[in-house]
Design a protein around this ligand. Structure first.
Ligand code: APR
Length: 232
């Protein structure tokens, strides 16, 4: 009896699109309406913290109003019933995986749920509306920022992710354009360690040869279909 496969799943904004949360690079995506240099870099935050905090307050409110969709629910079902390990790594800062029942989700780009003190590194639950004048509950300095990883910063939990990719028998990429590293390199890393790779996305893979298989369609349809096949 061969050991049940270890599955590593990477999700991106596309898995939350049908929950009403915008993606970044689709037509009408966030980076077609806002300049990422102003909103997703430490330099942009230093230039205008009030503008950046207002943007994340707006996104936090959108996430609070959103509901997980059938794709999030299907991954929670897979994690609960798959006999091997299932590791979900997400680039998303929303908590829709958790609200669908997934546990121990690895948020490599951080999460909108927590605030971070740029001065002492303390973290606390983000209030509905963060303000540049908010004092850090630990050091008292007004240096609160969203606990999200901006361009030019180091994603979180990379050691743990690298370990999971080394052990993976199957790597599945869901709802991500595969344009932002290091996440964009995970498929190649998993394959180099012997894993098969599958993409579930609205669009076909940007690069040929990266995935052994690829299925196109909305995540709320193709992810539950794939999970049903996996669970037999
Ligand atoms: N179902 C499945 N896939 C979808 C759907 C859907 N309903 N809608 C869009 N997609 C796909 C798009 O085809 C695209 O390939 O989701 C992907 C979204 O790509 P991006 O907008 O680039 O989002 P993502 O890959 O998550 O971005 C990575 O970039 O700006 C940074 O930190 C930010 O985490 C983000 C990172």
């Amino acid at each position: 009896m061969s050991k049940p496969a270890e599955i590593v799943i990477l999700t991106g904004a596309g898995i939350s699109a049908e929950s009403g949360l915008g993606t970044f690079r689709d037509v009408g995506g966030l980076w077609s309406r806002y300049d990422w240099r102003d909103l997703a870099t430490p330099e942009g935050f230093a230039r205008d913290p009030a503008f950046v905090l207002a943007f994340y307050n707006w996104r936090r409110e959108r996430v609070r109003a959103a509901e997980p969709n059938a794709a999030h629910a299907a991954l929670a079902r897979l994690s609960a019933r798959w006999p091997g390990g299932v590791t979900i790594v997400t680039q998303n800062v929303d908590d829709l995986h958790e609200r669908a029942g997934s546990r121990d989700v690895i948020h490599m780009h951080g999460t909108h749920l927590t605030a971070l003190c740029a001065s002492c590194g303390a973290r606390w639950p983000a209030p509905a509306a963060m303000d540049p004048a908010d004092p850090c509950p630990a050091c008292g300095i007004a240096a609160a920022r969203p606990d999200v990883v901006w361009f030019g910063e180091t994603p979180y939990h990379m050691e743990r992710i690298a370990g999971a990719l080394r052990q993976a028998d199957l790597f599945v990429s869901i709802g991500t354009s595969g344009t932002v590293y290091p996440a964009a390199g995970f498929a190649a890393a998993a394959r180099a360690a012997g894993a098969r790779s599958l993409q579930l996305n609205l669009e076909p893979p940007r690069k040929t040869g990266l995935f052994d298989a690829a299925r196109q369609g909305p995540a709320s349809i193709i992810v539950p279909d794939w999970v049903d096949e996996m669970l037999g």
